[in-house]
Write a protein that binds this ligand. Structure first.
Ligand code: ZN
Length: 509
């Protein structure tokens, strides 16, 4: 297909885009030329640069050339996109997702099979619709991730292996016996503090920090995930690993050049991160030390923020975790038109049935005198979440001011919540970053080059440069001036293949 003749005159631009949508949802050509576009790249943390108007030639999934005029390099088979007045940016990277399962759905009722299949097919497209072209699954496994990456239009996934201890988080969420069965037990550490809880077939030698990290590396993991969580909801006072045990995990992981991500959202977990020397904390801090008045501890919190920055530990604030919880009770949640772009209609209808409201009902239990209207209930829940939200905003601002490395991760979904659907949840996390005082250029760096570096993929993705993988977004407005620019994506280019944004929407399927 050749569209170049249509690009000459604006009158034909309409025809060109109409033809694109009629003839092919994706540009099938072997190469793609984006004409006369301005390119935005992150140049250092918190700074980005806009190029002069340029042509960008993509071939075999890679950026082959960038120059003021590349028309003579276009063959008959080269598809073209008019980039005039548009901005070309690197595809976005979310370094905290969980790809397994459909958010908010537990169990497997056979009558839901078609609905779930449709939802699973849409999830990669929803990430792409909101601009995410790379994701890191913090609790993945090789087989699942390979299947995910074989899907036609979605972000490329990488994964960390979760390394657990018995009866701790998250192993304790499983059935007592199930936690010791393969595969759950494969990367479980032998915890010297719990010497007698293992079944007879549990070979201690296979569960040392060295053995478990080696196994994860061999199985293709990019990183290791560990946990410091004493529990919440019905599961409290759970055992946590010792500093010495996780130090050994970190030592072996560093030896194999694998970053170590720590789950933790409490002051204690931040202190643990400092002692254990992990690479990244995957949550903001929303629980201060127990039995201490909110903010009474400010001096200590400032000190922790400073130490985290000094130690070079990066932090994912994941503020959308708390929003996702209280939005479950928002009676107008499904009225937001953006939601219907992400969630298939049939699943959205199911979420609003009695069966689909199960998690919402659990969250509501703590608040519910039966007389309350849904609007009043939502208000009470929001009020309760003000405390952890103000703590996490304040700590995020403090970490940011001290110069800690802030990484973009949405934690999609952080629990069984329909409010944290792929793609859209990351878009909302962007709003949370601005609320906590980060700037638009800082957000842009975090979504692109900084996350590429965190994944060790800075030579392949994270910027619009010759030789890099062509994971790109074409926007009609400038994301360094307004966060809503991320809502003006026109084209999502995945490994060199252009997809019109509308075609990725749940409403197009
Ligand atoms: Zn998570």
């Amino acid at each position: 297909m050749m569209f170049s003749e249509f690009i000459v005159s604006p009158r034909f631009l309409v025809v060109s885009s109409l033809l694109m949508s009629l003839l092919s949802p994706t540009a099938q050509a072997d190469s793609l030329l984006i004409k006369q576009v301005r390119i935005i790249n992150s140049v250092s943390d918190g700074q980005a640069k806009i190029s002069k108007v340029s042509d960008v030639l993509i071939r075999d999934g890679k950026i082959q050339a960038i120059a003021p005029n590349l028309s003579r390099h276009a063959s008959k088979a080269t598809a073209q996109i008019d980039g005039r007045g548009r901005f070309l940016i690197p595809g976005l990277i979310d370094s905290h997702v969980h790809l397994d399962g459909v958010p908010g759905y537990a169990g497997d009722d056979s009558k839901d099979a078609a609905m779930l299949q449709e939802a699973r097919a849409q999830m990669p497209r929803s990430y792409a619709y909101f601009g995410f072209t790379t994701v890191l699954d913090l609790t993945g496994d090789a087989g699942f991730i390979a299947k995910w990456n074989a899907q036609p239009a979605g972000p490329q996934a990488h994964f960390c292996t979760p390394v657990t201890i018995p009866n701790g988080y998250p192993a304790s969420w499983m059935d007592k016996d199930l936690q010791f069965q393969v595969p759950a037990t494969k990367y479980m550490l032998f915890d010297p503090a719990q010497p007698n809880v293992y079944p007879a077939n549990f070979k201690t030698d296979d569960h040392t920090p060295q053995a478990v990290v080696n196994a994860a590396k061999q199985d293709g993991a990019n990183c290791i995930k560990v946990f410091y969580e004493t529990g919440f909801g019905p599961k409290k006072n759970l055992p946590v690993p010792s500093v010495a045990l996780i130090q050994e995990v970190v030592k072996q992981a560093k030896h194999l050049k694998m970053p170590v991500y720590l789950h933790g959202n409490s002051q204690a977990s931040y202190e643990f991160a400092l002692k254990a020397g992990v690479t990244t904390l995957v949550h903001g801090m929303w629980h201060e030390a127990k039995n201490v008045e909110q903010f009474a501890n400010q001096t200590r919190l400032k000190q922790i923020a400073d130490e985290i920055a000094q130690a070079g530990i990066s932090v994912q604030p994941t503020m959308q975790v708390l929003y996702g919880e209280h939005e479950e009770l928002n009676p107008d949640f499904f009225k937001n038109p953006m939601v219907a772009q992400a969630i298939p209609q049939r699943l959205m209808a199911w979420y609003q049935t009695d069966a689909g409201q199960w998690m919402k009902n659990i969250l509501a239990e703590d608040f519910e005198p039966a007389t309350k209207t849904p609007a009043e209930l939502y208000q009470s829940v929001k009020t309760m979440y003000q405390k952890p939200l103000s703590t996490v905003r304040r700590m995020t601002a403090e970490l940011h001011q001290q110069g800690a490395k802030m990484l973009f991760g949405s934690d999609t979904p952080s629990g069984p919540f329909y409010t944290q659907f792929p793609g859209i949840n990351g878009r909302w996390e962007m709003d949370r970053w601005l609320e906590a005082g980060m700037s638009l250029p800082e957000l842009f760096s975090a979504l692109t080059m900084k996350n590429a570096r965190a994944l060790g993929l800075e030579k392949t993705i994270g910027s619009v440069e010759v030789g890099k993988q062509a994971d790109l977004l074409l926007l009609t407005t400038n994301p360094l001036l307004d966060v809503r620019a991320y809502d003006t994506i026109e084209q999502v280019i995945l490994r060199g293949k252009a997809h019109q944004r509308a075609v990725l929407s749940a409403q197009s399927h």
